[in-house]
Design a protein around this ligand. Structure first.
Ligand code: ZN
Length: 244
């Protein structure tokens, strides 16, 4: 079974479409999405519709929950809160009802995987970026493969006999899944934050016990123009060019 893992689309339709075009060549057996379909970006409804049609599994993220008024926007940055308010106003019923049926965590026993938007101990908010949170994510879970999103930074960690190995996962990173229990963040489709502005996703070959990390160029300027057209904060457009 080959699975494409996408996350943190954030209303960036052009990043999503470019990624889907590349994924279709990969012909995965399933697509899993780790949440944050909306927030920050200018095309929330279209992103929800695309993911609803394509993803076999989809989680809900903190931005989605904020837009649905299921969590408060108090912990959001100013720009995140402003974009959540805007998204609430334009969100169509179909997108609202799709997201309302999602959860921030899921277990896929047939794939020996657990999926969380953020982390196992806090599926909505915790950023898994340092060794302590990676170790906790692997120690708090039971399945061999743990997938998280939320930080927008592609990375992997392996826990084997108490030893943790971990690294950033730039384009072209290849990883064996058989060397311990594995944590993977595929990076973000719609707002990468590792200095590479290209859309990020991962492909898992579960039979072959192998993962690969991919980047896809997309029309960043088009998304930036749409952000400006709808009046979202300018820094949300600016950051896309730099992948921060
Ligand atoms: Zn996000």
């Amino acid at each position: 079974m080959r699975v494409a893992v996408i996350s943190d689309i954030h209303g960036n339709l052009h990043a999503l479409e470019a990624s889907i075009a590349v994924l279709e060549d990969e012909q995965p057996d399933a697509i899993w999405c780790l949440g944050d379909l909306v927030g920050y970006g200018p095309r929330p409804n279209e992103c929800c519709a695309r993911v609803a049609a394509l993803a076999d599994v989809c989680l809900i993220g903190n931005h989605d929950l904020g837009v649905l008024e299921q969590i408060s926007l108090e912990e959001f940055s100013h720009e995140a809160a402003e974009s959540a308010h805007w998204t609430r106003e334009v969100l169509e019923d179909s997108a609202r009802s799709y997201m309302s049926g999602l959860t921030p965590g899921a277990e896929i026993p047939e794939a020996s995987a657990e999926l969380y938007h953020a982390s196992p101990r806090d599926p909505v908010w915790e950023y898994v970026l340092d060794a302590g949170s990676m170790r906790a994510a692997l120690e708090d879970t039971v399945q061999p493969l743990i997938l998280v999103g939320h930080s927008h930074v592609p990375l992997w960690a392996i826990l084997h006999e108490g030893q943790l190995q971990a690294a950033h996962a730039p384009e072209g990173t290849e990883l064996k899944l058989s060397e311990g229990r594995v944590l993977i963040n595929p990076g973000s489709i719609g707002q990468p934050r590792d200095g590479d502005p290209r859309a990020a996703f991962a492909v898992l070959d579960l039979a072959g016990q192998h993962a690969s990390f991919h980047r896809v160029e997309y029309d960043i300027e088009r998304t930036q123009e749409e952000i400006r057209e709808v009046g979202l904060p300018e820094p949300l457009a600016e950051r896309l060019a730099h992948g921060v």
